[in-house]
Each structure stands twice: as C-alpha cells, then as structure tokens.
Ligand binder design. Sequence first.
Ligand SMILES: [Zn+2]
Length: 180
Amino acid sequence: MSRTRLFAAVLGALAVFTLAAPPAATAAAPQALVRTIYYDPSRAAELATTVEDAVKIWNAGVTSVKLVRGTGGITITTAQNGSAPGTASCVGCTRGQIYFYRNQITSSGASSLRVVVHEFGHILSLNHPSDIGNCAKVMAGGRCQNAQPSTAELAAVQRFWTSRVAAPGPAPHEHVLLAG
Ligand SMILES: [Zn+2]
C-alpha cells in the first residue's frame, strides 16, 4: 500500500469512529458503550405494567445502560408479605432478583411506581442516601409519590455503567438489601 493510500485508509477509519461514536466516547467500540440488563417480569403479577413504567423512566434518563425485557438477568416477583415494600438482591449488577411485597407497599404510603423505580435503582448501582424521606430522590424511601429520579441519581447511574464499560474490572459487589 502506498503512503498516500495508507493515509486515506486511516482517515476513513477515523471518519467511521467520528460518525459512530457518541460525543463523550473516545476509543471504545460503539456497541460496547451501552450495557444491557435483562429483566423478566413474568412473576411480577399486577405490578407488571408498573415495572414497564419504571423501566421507561430509567431508560429515558440514562444512556450508558439499558433495561431490556428478557430472561437471564433480573427476575421480578411480586408476593404478599415481606420485610420491606421491595428488595433487590444486588447493587450494580446484571443478574439478580427483585421482590415486591403488596402489604408493605400499601403500608409504606409510597406510590407503587416509586417503589419499583427504587428497586431498579439498586440494580442500576444506587444505594440509599443519607437524607432518608427526601421525596426528590427515589432512593430515599419515604411516604412519597415522586417516581422520577433526581438529576444526581441519574448522573450516578450514568457514571457507574460508563466506567463499567470503559474499564471492565472485577464483578460488582453484591449484597442483600434486607431493609429494601
Ligand atoms: Zn432500597
């Protein structure tokens, strides 16, 4: 290959990257920039539509990770009675379980959509903040109706999964959230 043709080939490759990559991306392959987490709502019972609403909220708010209906990821189960309105088996993870408990959702005074958004927030990497009861944050619990994550909550999820993609390291830590 002549020097001129080589130069043209390099330029062509650069153009492909420039066109395909989002503004924040540098060298990573475009397809790898979005992490997919599959969720299976087949045991979510009457909360199945609420699950879809919660998924829409998160998917609309972040671009580095996408919740997609399917198997092999997060299973969602609705049951009558438990330790909290909901529990998530892990934080910042692609495989695990979410449970929802009807009696505790009712007694919590929170909207069911807020509870569902909250448990997905754990899966997406968020822990509880120190200001419990702050209705502006979906991770803060409280007798609240707001189900829209705060700007800071969305930014934290966005950062977490962006860094997961850019620097795949050890598996995310997993712990059981008994307190919901
Ligand atoms: Zn929680």
